[in-house]
Design a protein around this ligand. Structure first.
Ligand code: G6P
Length: 616
């Protein structure tokens, strides 16, 4: 949430920064702004709305610099998303410019203090206090920007990444982080700072992780990291294993369209290398020993949004395969209900970005209660896996579209792997049974590919429903969270009223919503696996149809029993019941995406949303 870029080096800073922001726009697009240093002065430009507005303003009134540059793309918290509240913010003498991601919780008290000293505030943001504070700390420290930044950080409460530059030292950018993301890109004679490696991947794949409460001084030829007291700290360098082309649209009009198509590869990459030659599941990077896992008595899964839906599905698989009680909870609620956790509790935190603040806070709480925490994450080196006891990375590659697609499928694959691994180390299933499921899992990329080859009728259907106000979704067993994910996709992308219900719960109230012509999407479980479930949902379809609903039924190929009750039948390959979400989710993604496009919406950057939500 909010994207930040900093650059020092020989290239034109403005260009590097604006291009970096373009790759971070998924983090927020309420406004965008830049500051560059040139001719001994600070040159800034900022505009409400998407980056295109800033680019247009820069074309009409070009600014150039010969020193460092910083930039920001905003997801508004304090103050409306207008030009004035856009970042960067500057002090009254225009000596420093600063951009910020996060929330400064004590900003009101600081603002009052600064106003009493004569500072004039232009915006309603919490960020502006940091600009004035930085300027006054610099004045007291002979213009030493890093020392001033350290002093400022000690006065701030809340979560923040701050990146600043000053006319007093045009070859320097200084940044600090506490609970918000920040990564350094190391180039040849140039260095970069950003919320995410995507911003500099076109220039370098060498990155440096920053820890909490650290300050970095970035010059063209050096990167120095200290704690808030100025003590040098060791940093961890790593090589980014994907390149710039992975974060480009590659001929598609939207990232989301590309990311849906990338799903077979993403699932295959997540499964890759997890099975030894003798058929044993091996999760090397997990960092939790088999002894740790054998002692687990309860599992609690915490996550937000789409990742939460992956967790709901994981519960069915884990309880079935491992017979360990498993709870699933929305991360933002978890720590406020005084959950019962101990050393025998395994908390699984699912987060694509590894930066969702709600999930991070839940992870910290769980660790304080001495539970062990295992992260499922897609972003290497991000905060949640760093702060967890273990991690299983999904290998979906960068996901730029705000609505999660390929990362959801890879989260499911990771959850299945963890469930099977737990069963293996606890000796709960016979080896050949585990191997059977692993073999079934290995065929999933192919099945996903098959589904993608048959979705054209789903697109047509979606276009025909562009004027609909409401769509309901029904499911049972693992099909229920799939229905929830289908409804979430439609809300996020098409801004429609979309709601999911457990099909059996319908008769207890929601059935009153059914009226003539109302589209109802039903996810049907396989008739082979659990016929009782299947038969029950067929009755549910008839119940809504009898009341006038237009039924859109997602069912396994060859399931003829649903055909008479389906106004539209979407067939998916026959796969084991527990694995069905990997295939049944895809028509939902395509449906929501196409319907949103038909309404003229930007599916990569839906209104009001951000991909990585780094505030609570
Ligand atoms: C935001 C995004 C959702 C995402 C959720 C959790 O709300 O808009 O698409 O599912 O965050 O994100 P995470 O990175 O923790 O999986």
């Amino acid at each position: 949430m909010c994207g930040i870029v900093g650059y020092v080096g020989p290239q034109p800073a403005l260009e590097v920064v604006v291009n970096g922001l373009a790759r971070l726009e998924y983090r927020g697009y309420d406004s965008a702004g830049v500051a560059v240093l040139g001719g001994g002065s600070l040159r800034t430009e900022k505009r409400a709305g998407k980056l295109a507005n800033l680019r247009k303003a820069l074309e009409e009134r070009p600014i150039s610099g010969d020193g460092a540059g910083i930039g920001h793309t905003r997801w508004a918290t304090h103050g409306a998303p207008n030009d004035v509240n856009a970042h960067p913010h500057v002090d009254n003498d225009r000596r420093v410019a600063i951009v910020h991601n996060g929330i400064i919780e004590n900003f009101a008290a600081l603002r009052m203090e600064l106003e009493e000293k004569g500072c004039k505030f232009l915006s309603e943001t919490d960020t502006e206090v940091a600009a004035h504070l930085l300027s006054s700390e610099m004045a007291e420290r002979g213009g030493d920007l890093p020392a001033a930044m350290r002093a400022v950080c000690k006065r701030l409460e809340g979560a923040f990444t701050l990146v600043a530059t000053s006319v007093d030292d045009p070859g320097l950018v200084v940044a600090a982080r506490r609970n918000s993301p920040l990564v350094v890109g190391r180039g040849e004679g140039e260095n970069f700072l950003a919320s995410d490696v995507a911003a500099f991947i076109a220039h370098t794949r060498e990155a440096v992780e920053l820890g909490q409460d650290q300050v970095v001084e970035l010059r063209a030829d050096s990167v120095a990291v200290t704690d808030y007291d100025g003590n040098p700290v060791e940093v961890n360098e790593y090589h980014v294993d994907w390149d710039a082309s992975a974060a480009e649209k590659g001929g598609y009009d939207y990232f989301m369209l590309k990311e849906i198509v990338e799903q077979p590869r993403a699932v295959a990459d997540t499964l890759l290398g997890r099975v030894t030659v003798d058929g044993q599941l091996t999760l090397d990077e997990m960092r939790l020993s088999p002894e740790d896992l054998r002692s687990v008595e309860k599992i609690v899964i915490i996550a937000c949004g789409t990742s939460y839906h992956a967790g709901l599905i994981a519960k069915y698989a884990i309880e079935h395969w491992c017979r360990i009680p498993c709870e699933v909870e929305v991360a933002s609620e978890f720590r406020y209900r005084d959950p019962i956790l101990d050393q025998q509790t395994l908390v699984i935190a699912i987060s694509q970005s590894g930066e969702s603040m709600d999930t991070l806070m839940a992870v910290r709480y769980a660790r304080e209660q001495r539970a062990r925490v295992l992260a499922i994450c897609n972003v290497n080196g991000s905060t949640i896996p760093r702060e967890s006891d273990g991690v299983l990375y999904t290998h979906a590659g960068p996901e730029v579209g705000v609505a999660a697609t390929k990362t959801f499928l890879t989260q499911l694959a990771a959850c299945y792997l963890i469930g099977l691994y737990l069963a293996q180390v606890r000796g709960l299933k016979f080896g050949d049974e585990i191997n059977t499921v692993i073999a079934q899992l290995a065929t999933m990329p192919e099945q996903v590919e098959r589904v993608l080859g048959t979705v054209e009728p789903v697109r047509e259907l979606a276009r025909s429903l562009a004027d609909t106000d409401t769509v309901l979704f029904l499911g049972r067993h693992v099909g229920y969270p799939v229905a929830m994910e289908g409804a979430l996709k439609l809300k996020e992308l098409a801004y429609m009223h979309a709601e999911a219900f457990a099909a059996g719960e319908l008769k207890h109230g929601p059935i009153a919503l059914i009226e003539d012509g109302l589209p109802v999407v039903v996810v049907v479980p396989s008739p082979r696996g659990r016929s009782v479930l299947h038969d029950k949902i067929v009755s549910n379809i008839q119940e809504v149809r009898a009341r006038g609903a237009r039924t859109i039924v997602i069912a396994e190929e060859g399931d003829e029993s649903v055909r008479p009750y389906s106004d539209v039948l979407i067939e998916i390959p026959a796969v084991p019941t527990l694995l069905q979400p990997i295939v049944s989710t895809i028509p939902m993604q395509v449906f929501a995406c196409e319907l949103a496009l038909a309404k003229g919406n930007d599916v990569d950057q839906p209104r009001n949303l951000a991909k990585s939500v780094t505030v609570e």
